[in-house]
Unconditional design. Structure first.
Length: 236
């Protein structure tokens, strides 16, 4: 197995809206894959299919060689997920939530260490409803890390973070890759993709318009120029 994640000819519609239109891309094992695309390109739907939150209408999705839609608890424990809407319970406090979630795993990460790494200890006494957007992002990321995943899906992980927070998250993602974790990051940030990614996927209108190692996709040009050219035409 050379790919942590693979989507092949995946189609998904919601009523009259086609979210994924024959989408095909893969994420190499032990690397950071950045998925870029304009709003409505289907990035979040692709991640939801990859983590088993929604089933494609057709096509094949595999994560660590397994169909996530039918996977059992053992597989799900190997996959960490941070979505844009974290669904964090408003009435609890960060450490209580992380302690609770850690009990769901057979071999969880060290909760206090994870909290310190993401600066959660500085607002541990504040209820979730009173946290800032950036603080909620940090908490959602900590929750995704508790199972010590082999594959980690991060949907806009640096959204709402201040510059120091972005650097902290980027450093953490680099550390995870060094530890052998396969990371899939959806992002609107060219800087984030350029800084972190080994592998790039550019989506437009539910399709892949470019994929490959960073240098191969850019071909000596700026990522921004390549992105706008491809997403404006909607063709590879």
């Amino acid at each position: 197995m050379t790919h942590a994640v693979s989507l092949t000819d995946v189609r998904r519609t919601f009523g009259t809206v086609t979210a994924l239109d024959g989408l095909t891309w893969s994420a190499p094992l032990g690397r950071v894959t950045a998925v870029l695309g304009p709003n409505g390109a289907g990035k979040t739907t692709a991640v939801e299919c990859a983590v088993g939150l929604t089933r494609p209408d057709s096509g094949t999705v595999r994560v660590l060689g397994t169909d996530p839609a039918t996977a059992g608890a053992d597989h799900r424990a190997r996959v960490g997920v941070m979505l844009q809407s974290g669904g964090l319970p408003n009435g609890t406090k960060p450490m209580r939530l992380l302690d609770h979630l850690a009990r769901l795993y057979a071999d969880p990460a060290d909760v206090p260490a994870t909290a310190r790494r993401l600066g959660i200890d500085t607002f541990a006494g504040t209820t979730v409803r009173r946290l800032s957007g950036g603080q909620k992002q940090r908490l959602a990321l900590a929750a995704a890390l508790l199972g010590q995943p082999e594959v980690l899906f991060l949907d806009e992980p640096a959204a709402g973070l201040d510059p120091h927070g972005r650097l902290d998250v980027w450093d953490l993602i680099s550390e995870l890759r060094s530890g052998g974790v396969s990371v899939v990051v959806t992002t609107h940030s060219f800087e984030e993709a350029d800084r972190l990614a080994d592998h790039l996927v550019i989506m437009s209108a539910g399709r892949t318009v470019a994929e490959g190692p960073v240098a191969a996709v850019k071909q000596g040009r700026s990522l921004e120029d390549v992105y706008f050219e491809l997403t404006r035409t909607g063709r590879p």
